[in-house]
Each structure stands twice: as structure tokens, then as C-alpha cells.
Design a binder for this molecule. Structure first.
Ligand code: GLU
Length: 448
């Protein structure tokens, strides 16, 4: 049966040449599923893994827009609708210059398991564009979003496919995308999540991913006899996920000592813990410059280290919140050498497969992103429910539910790894627990 897993991995690599990020997640997830597949020969008989790695639908389209100088620009647009066994396709849109099918497929594939882990009825999908928002004017971003939605609208719907934000797509972009969708279809409906509070957005959605990660990390620490209060935490990134994580870490009594951007990292010995510092993160993001150095100019106790990652800073817990593969083998080795105990991934696929193996072999407890960062999409689903029921939930209702979901996800990961591997391995447990629900639904729905 292990042969079955290996065969599907090899076929998938051959069928999707050059898409290395997609290969990476397929290899990581499927390898950990070997004992599950062993127990369920019916999966191989129904080509379940082959179906799982093939998106149900992949849409590629042209996005044409005019910049402020009057120049016509052409970008690529994508939506990979991966799996709808347990609900409508759900997942964000990423606007970044390095976006290509390998990135969107890795994100879409991860999203299947993440969404399943939330326990909510959402399938997996992801989309985006190679559009680079850095330095673009507001008017340019609006024209790009309108052009993007002018094609995408025909493929999505509140019960079909519900996009949201990801890197490069925040509240502003969701607003422009929603406005264009509504203008075309003439319906006010919950087709996007992460909307503004004035037009159907959920209270707590902006904070949800970061808060969820910290609640997941808290469960990891508790399960290993430690607590978050008093811990020094190094995080990367400065966007929405990092912002939410910094806020919740502070609230729970930990000190968040770093943030980072493509230009380097900032070390703040006092902690990124005041409303003014959290606002500074939002201002950095809104500046559209993609840099963190100005934080150190504003808060003189902080130091900016150009070109470096925050992993070299001394901390008890590391939370990558920037982008994929930001923890490489050499970072993992340095964590092991320094006796680091906990790493909780916030960004999607934060670590290379080699780095995960080094960390786990070195005794580090790793929280996998598809479990730890599921809070964002969980609250997106709550937003879908709110829209469908023409309701408005309070922040307390949303965040209490989110906290319960994160505790439940940690428990599901721990139990699944115990059952199939006889140990506490959240990385394997997340894959297995996420997979079992989707596989069960696929089996019941026949060969489709
Ligand atoms: N992009 C986020 C993620 O990686 C959120 C997706 C959503 O809310 O649909 O899960």
C-alpha cells in the first residue's frame, strides 16, 4: 500500500512538471497518510488519492488593466477549485509577483485539509494573480480588482466557490472585488469573505488567523506541560497574520520580540505589545512598500537587522507568519542546536519538508500551518453563515466559537497521530484528521 502512495506522488509530479511547491505539499501529506491507506484498501480501489491531487477544476484567465500612466498591463489570473466533497470551494486569493500554478495548487491542496480540520462544511480552493501590488496606487489596485472579477464572477457563487484574501489581498481589495461582482450579477450575497463590517463582514475576521495560531500554540504548549504566559516569541511577517498573532500573544502574557519583512527583521526588546505598535504594523502594510525598517525609526529601543530572518533572535517559541518555505534546513538545524522546543507555523507551508524532518528529529514540537492557521478560514465560514442567514454575530460569539474550534483542531491532530503513529506528532495528525473527513465524504458520493 505504501507503493500506492509513492505511485500517486510520482504520477502527480509527472503530471504537474516544474510545480515544486505543489509537489512538496503532495509529498508531505500523502507520505503521512500511508498507515491510513493501509487500513482502507477501498481508497486505492476507487483511485481516491489520484482524485484528491487533481483539482476538480482549474481556471486560468487574462486580466487586462490600465495603469495611472495609461499603459495597458496584462496579468495572469487563476482559480483552482480543488475539492468540493464537504462543501463549496473555499480559500483565498493571492496577488504576488511569484504566483504561478505551482503556488496556487499548493495553497489549494493545503486548503482541502485545513478547511476539513475546522469541522465546518467548506471544500478547498485557491486563486490569485501574478499582479504585484507593491507601490501601486489605490486607483490601479481598484482597476486591477475590477478586471480580475470581470472574469472570475462567472465561476463563483455563495454555494459554489467563495474566495477571500491571502497575501496581497486585504480588506481594500475584497471591497473592490465585491463591488464589481455585485455590479455584474445584481445580487447582494456572501460570495466573498473578509468583507468590511458595513457590508456583511464578520466581527473578528481580521484578527482570526493570528488569534487562532496563538490559541493553537497555547494548546501545543499546554499539552507539553508549559504555558504561553511569560514566553518570548519571535514572529516573522508584518501583515494581517503577524498583526493578529502579536495582539493575541500580548493579551496572553507573552512578549512578541520581532517582526520582519522582505527588507530584514526588527528586534524590539520591549515587545510589539502596545496599541501604538500594533497600529504601526497596520500603517506599514497600508504604505504598500513591503518594508519593516520604519518600525525601528519610530520606536528607538527597537533595532532593524537588514537582510536577516528573525530566526536568529533568541526566543522560546517561533511563529513564522510571512510566506511559504521561510524555515529552511539551516534554520531548522540552528533551532535544534539552540535547544528550541516549539515552532508553530502561521504562514501556509512555512517550512520545507527537510526542515520539518530536522526539527522533529531534533525533538522540536512543530505545529503545522494547515492546523494552526485554520482560524482565518473558520471565521470566513462563520461569515458565510451570517450572510446566508441575514444575521450579525457579536465579536464575542465569533471569537468564542473560534477558540473552541482551535482547541478542537489541536485535539483532533493529537488523537489522529496517536491512533496511527502512536505518538504526539501534530504534522502527521493534521494531515490524517483533515483527510479522513474528506475521504469519507468522497467515498459516499461515488466515483465523481
Ligand atoms: N487565505 C486564508 C488561508 O490561507 C484564508 C482563506 C479564507 O478565508 O477563505 O486560509
Amino acid at each position: 500500500m505504501a507503493n500506492y502512495v509513492e505511485r500517486v506522488i510520482e504520477q502527480c509530479k509527472a503530471n504537474n512538471p516544474g510545480e515544486i511547491e505543489f509537489h512538496q505539499t503532495v509529498e508531505e501529506v500523502l507520505t503521512s497518510l500511508a498507515p491510513v491507506v493501509e487500513k482502507h484498501p477501498e481508497y486505492e480501489a476507487s483511485a481516491l488519492l489520484e482524485r484528491l491531487v487533481e483539482p476538480e477544476r482549474g481556471i486560468t484567465f487574462r486580466v487586462v488593466w490600465v495603469d495611472d500612466a495609461g499603459k495597458v498591463n496584462v496579468n495572469k489570473g487563476y482559480r483552482y477549485e480543488f475539492n468540493s466533497a464537504i462543501g463549496p470551494y473555499k480559500g483565498g486569493l493571492r496577488f504576488a509577483p511569484n504566483v504561478y500554478p505551482g503556488i496556487i495548487k499548493f495553497l489549494g491542496f493545503e486548503q482541502i485539509f485545513k478547511n476539513s480540520l475546522t469541522g465546518l462544511p467548506i471544500g478547498g480552493g485557491k486563486g490569485g494573480s501574478n499582479f504585484d501590488p507593491t507601490g501601486k496606487s489605490d486607483a490601479e489596485v481598484m482597476r486591477f480588482c475590477q478586471a480580475f472579477m470581470t472574469e472570475l464572477y462567472r465561476h463563483i457563487g455563495p454555494n459554489t466557490d467563495v474566495p477571500a484574501g491571502d497575501m496581497g489581498v486585504g480588506g481594500r481589495e475584497i471591497g473592490y472585488l465585491y463591488g464589481q461582482y455585485k455590479r455584474i450579477v445584481n445580487r447582494f450575497e456572501g460570495v466573498l469573505t473578509g468583507k468590511g463590517l458595513e457590508y456583511g463582514g464578520a466581527l473578528g475576521r481580521a484578527e482570526a488567523t493570528g488569534y487562532g495560531i496563538v490559541w493553537y500554540a497555547e494548546e501545543m504548549l499546554k499539552a507539553n506541560g508549559e504555558e504561553l504566559a511569560g514566553k518570548k516569541v519571535a514572529i516573522s511577517g508584518f501583515g494581517n497574520v503577524a498583526w493578529g498573532a502579536a495582539k493575541k500573544l500580548t493579551e496572553l502574557g507573552a512578549t512578541c520580540v520581532t517582526i520582519s519583512g522582505p527588507d530584514g527583521y526588527v528586534y524590539d526588546p520591549d515587545g510589539v505589545g502596545t496599541p501604538e505598535k500594533h497600529q504601526c504594523m497596520l500603517d506599514l502594510r497600508a504604505s504598500g512598500q513591503n518594508i519593516v525598517a520604519p518600525y525601528a525609526d519610530k520606536f528607538p529601543n527597537a533595532t532593524f537587522y537588514p537582510g536577516q530572518k528573525p530566526w536568529v533572535a533568541d526566543a522560546d517559541l517561533y511563529i513564522p507568519c510571512a510566506t511559504q518555505n521561510e524555515i529552511q534546513a539551516e534554520d531548522a538545524k540552528s533551532f535544534v542546536e539552540r535547544g528550541v522546543k516549539f515552532v508553530c507555523e502561521g504562514s501556509n507551508m512555512s517550512s520545507t519538508n527537510e526542515a520539518i524532518a530536522i526539527m522533529q528529529d531534533g525533538g522540536i514540537i512543530v505545529g503545522p500551518s494547515k492546523a494552526a492557521n485554520a482560524g482565518g478560514v473558520a471565521v470566513s465560514c462563520i461569515e458565510m453563515g451570517q450572510n446566508a442567514g441575514h444575521a450579525c454575530f457579536t465579536a464575542e460569539q465569533v471569537l468564542d466559537q473560534l477558540h473552541g474550534i482551535m482547541v478542537g483542531i489541536h485535539k483532533a491532530c493529537a488523537e489522529a497521530s496517536q491512533e496511527y503513529y502512536g505518538k504526539y506528532d501534530l504534522v502527521k495528525g493534521a494531515n490524517i484528521a483533515g483527510f479522513l473527513k474528506v475521504a469519507g465524504a468522497m467515498m459516499q458520493q461515488g466515483i465523481v
